[in-house]
Design a binder for this molecule. Sequence first.
Ligand code: 5GP
Ligand code: MG
Length: 183
Amino acid sequence: MNGEMGQDILKVLYTEEEIAARVRELGAEMAPKFQDKRPIFISVLRGAFIFMADIVRACQVPCDVEFIAVSSYGDATASSGVVKITHDIQQDISGRHLVVVEDILDSGNTLSFLQQYFLTKGAASVTICTLLDKPERRKKAIHADYVGFAVPDEFVVGYGLDYAQKYRNLPYIGILKPEVYSN
Ligand code: 5GP
Ligand code: MG
């Protein structure tokens, strides 16, 4: 919690070491399932970019990587419910096994939209791997196959997650002080 950004953090939820250990576990758990499937890992930009880099190295199977960007939030801390693709994947996914890599599953709007989108494009399967899950906030029926950590209903930043584009490069995950976004 040192440094200029650290001063805006109320509490560290997961340290760099705890995240690394959990991501290694998730990768090892996923590897046998995808061994012969040549999955496409699809990272949801921008929040999942750091998790993506770590999870593909933790899951040692031949794979492709893709990136998709969606917008729904702006700089607010609650989802608008409307999901728009601002950057699409670059390859044909029909018949392919996908692993959607997300930073946090909150209302479920983003992932239920993406799951439907990929199935409509002919994916053979869509597996959801999210670093964080806020189950209390769910509005859409969506199940994550792999979850790093369940978190309380607080606004968190770090390890890819931002507030107004800031804090993504904090190596840990922490709760942002409410006064940072309420004024
Ligand atoms: P959903 O569509 O499930 O409501 O929201 C998913 C997206 O909302 C995440 O990808 C993330 O960008 C954003 N989000 C939800 N909760 C938080 C949070 O606590 N902190 C941050 N930084 N983003 C969040
Ligand atoms: Mg996101």
